[in-house]
Design a binder for this molecule. Structure first.
Ligand code: NAD
Ligand code: MG
Length: 399
């Protein structure tokens, strides 16, 4: 790559979005921000626009977009301000955009991620939910459009870094037998099963190693994050679920590993800071500074590895079953999870209720074959409706 590359950052006000801006700010000779997109945090996006001078600012929420427009005009900035999902999708396809950071949380990121892929951009994929939902469809679009999909999720980025030179996600790599995802175990790794029903959203969001948005923090606490990552890995690395292993590694220093046919196991190590995978994906195949300090191995001192506890964390098994079922099962799982996590954060469902709701939705809704995007969107909508119904009577039980 030569010249300054334009980067569209969707989800710019979130944890990944802010880390991306932090890396970009260190390399004005390499990157410029072409557009910033988010939901409704207009004050934050206006501050970001003042600093990074994008061509466009997009807020999904029209009222927030109106406020941002007024504020940007008042400070004399020429950035276009737009609103709505279609505007997010249009912004990523613009000619001045070379790379798209897809860092909207949840299914809300699906259409803009797909648009970036269809436009043949380099897509830096943080929004794992879009790949979990649309799996084969999204990967087919990657191949058809000649897009380059680079995982930002630290585990998948680690695996990408351990793959043979010239490997690009989307197919099985020669000689690779298995990939091993590491999991920190989350804040409840050692919590007694009997106490899990009573943990609060605040406790669930207090991750021991990573600082992240609230939805992924809860997913890390239930281990559904690892479940979604198993499904994500099957699509990115062309492997069946049975060849995607999970090991709990509380220090979060080894970010994941790749096993080869000759017995070699390659791992990527680093501090638990998302600026490393972000910088790797922005600069690939080059390497640039990310602001993250190198690892001090003597300070790390020891690394532990243990098997995950499927009894206390049933989400892992639910995700594996959805991966095996194929079709719309993963979209059903993802949607039920999003609704259940929101209910937990709102105090309408207890922690162990999250997996119970997903289980019930998966038992009551049949997985169908996916032939078009509509199948995925229909499954998503049906699972959301049913999850809401399942949660409603659970309210009393969780009080
Ligand atoms: P976050 O909650 O901190 O930020 C979410 C961003 O998405 C915000 O900018 C928000 O405005 C935007 N957003 C939410 N709903 C939207 C909508 N309807 N339309 C447009 N924008 C919307 O989340 P995060 O922790 O930055 O995570 C973002 C994504 O990256 C998630 O898919 C998550 O799983 C993934 N991820 C995050 C981390 C991490 O360390 N934070 C690590 C790996 C993967
Ligand atoms: Mg991860």
């Amino acid at each position: 790559m030569s010249g300054v590359r334009g980067v569209a950052i969707l989800g710019s006000t979130g944890s990944i979005g802010r880390s991306t801006l932090d890396v970009i700010a260190r390399h004005p000779d390499r990157y410029r921000v072409s557009s910033l997109g988010a939901w409704r945090s207009w004050e934050t996006i206006v501050e970001q626009a003042q600093r990074f001078r994008p061509d466009a600012v997009i807020l999904a929420d029209p009222a927030a977009a109106a406020k941002a427009r007024e504020a940007l005009r008042a400070c004399g900035l020429a950035a276009r301000v737009e609103s709505g999902v279609d505007a997010l999708a249009a912004a990523v396809a613009e000619p001045g955009v070379d790379m798209v950071m897809a860092a909207i949380v949840g299914a809300a990121g699906l259409m803009s991620t797909l648009a970036a892929v269809r436009a043949g951009k380099r897509v830096l994929l943080a929004n794992k939910e879009s790949l979990v939902m649309s799996g084969r469809l999204l990967m087919d679009e990657v191949h058809a459009a000649g897009a380059v999909l680079i995982p930002i999720d630290s585990e998948h980025n680690a695996i990408f870094q351990c793959m043979p030179a010239s490997y690009l996600p989307g197919e099985a790599a020669r000689g690779v037998t298995n990939v091993i995802l590491t999991a920190s175990g989350g804040p409840f790794r050692t919590t007694d099963a009997a106490l899990l029903a009573h943990v609060s959203p605040q406790q669930a969001c207090a991750h021991p190693k990573w600082s992240m948005g609230r939805k992924i923090s809860v997913d890390s606490a239930t281990l559904m994050n690892k479940g979604l990552e198993i499904i994500e890995a099957t699509w990115l690395f062309g492997l069946p679920e049975s060849r995607v292993d999970v090991v709990v590694h509380p220090q979060s220093v080894v970010h994941s590993l790749v096993q080869y046919a000759d017995g070699s196991v390659l791992a990527q190590l680093g501090a638990p800071d998302m600026r490393t995978p972000i910088a790797q994906a922005l600069a690939w195949p080059d390497r640039i500074a990310s602001g993250v300090q190198s690892l001090d191995l003597t300070a790390v001192a020891r690394m532990d590895f243990e098997a995950p506890d499927h009894g206390r964390f049933p989400s892992l098994g639910l995700a594996r079953a959805a991966a095996r079922a194929g079709g719309t099962a993963a979209a059903l799982l993802n949607a039920a999870n999003e609704v259940a996590v929101q209910a937990f954060l709102d105090g309408r469902l207890n922690f162990t209720g999250i997996a119970a709701v997903i289980d019930e939705v998966l038992q009551r809704l049949e997985s169908c074959a996916v032939t078009a995007l509509g199948d995925v969107l229909d499954a998503d909508a049906a699972a959301r409706r049913l999850a809401a119904v399942v949660i409603e009577p659970a309210r009393g039980a969780s009080a």
